[in-house]
Design a protein around this ligand. Sequence first.
Ligand SMILES: [Cu+2]
Length: 134
Amino acid sequence: MVILLLIYLFIEQILSINQIYCMKNLLFTFVFILTATVISFAQNTSKIKVAGNCGMCKKNIETAAKAAGAMTAAWDKATKVLTVAFDANATSTDKIETAIANAGYDTEHQTASAEAYGKLDECCQYDRKKKKKS
Ligand SMILES: [Cu+2]
């Protein structure tokens, strides 16, 4: 109740101020909040090489990336490049690559376990000949 009264007094105070000044103030506050939001959002875009074959791979890779916090994820079957956009405060390329590796796909910096790879559909078991550093 006391808080409600204080809020009421506060609003009355604001309304009693010159209307134009009030509008300017509101506008300034709005712009400030918007700017702060944009800055804290810190959107990053990265391109990561991810192994894969087909449309199902594309779906699996993009789903894994999004589950790891990517806002957008698009894997190109021809170039094998995954383009992700993400909030750097919420996730990282490292986390995204780990999620993709857990889904069975080798990425630029992560290798999927034999178990995860083995769980992939046969059509999705991409060529793994190029052995990576152990
Ligand atoms: Cu596939």
